[in-house]
Design a protein around this ligand. Structure first.
Ligand SMILES: [Fe+2]
Ligand SMILES: [Fe+2]
Length: 146
């Protein structure tokens, strides 16, 4: 039986996934300027990745006996393309941190199915982190973090 703490943590992750779906989709709709043509596609693809995560996490919460949230975490709407990518980098850093904590928690609770699920998502969030970091470095040399 999953603990309340694990289910609450998964619901926090779910709200963040919903927020990321909306944030990246909004960016897909709204980005303009010289980067727009290539960025529109990247933002949409990232939004779809988060949609997959949302489904997986929501289903897991149900399997564990919880009630999956339909609330979204705060969505940041920046008009500047570089700022959009910076916002995304910050969001993915949080996601990586949260999924690492949840992996640890699932491991402590000897819930290997949930742990494997979380590790799969964690890998993809780390890939997103790399993506935004690389984009930021190429858009504005010198501001990308290493
Ligand atoms: Fe995600
Ligand atoms: Fe992500």
């Amino acid at each position: 039986m999953a603990s309340k703490k694990l289910i609450a943590g998964l619901n926090k992750a779910l709200a963040d996934e919903i927020g990321s779906i909306l944030q990246y989709l909004w960016q897909h709709w709204m980005v303009d300027g010289p980067y727009a043509p290539s960025f529109m596609e990247v933002f949409e693809k990232a939004s779809r990745d988060e949609m997959r995560h949302m489904e997986i996490v929501g289903e897991r919460i149900v399997v564990l006996g919880g009630d999956p949230t339909t609330q979204s975490s705060t969505v940041v709407k920046s008009r500047d393309a570089i700022q959009m990518v910076k916002d995304n980098l910050a969001a993915e850093k949080q996601a990586v941190q949260l999924y690492k904590e949840l992996v640890k928690l699932a491991d402590q609770e000897k819930d290997s199915a949930t742990r494997h699920m979380l590790e799969g998502i964690l890998l993809e969030e780390e890939a997103h982190l790399d993506l935004w970091q690389t984009m930021l470095g190429r858009m504005s040399p010198g501001t990308g973090e290493s």
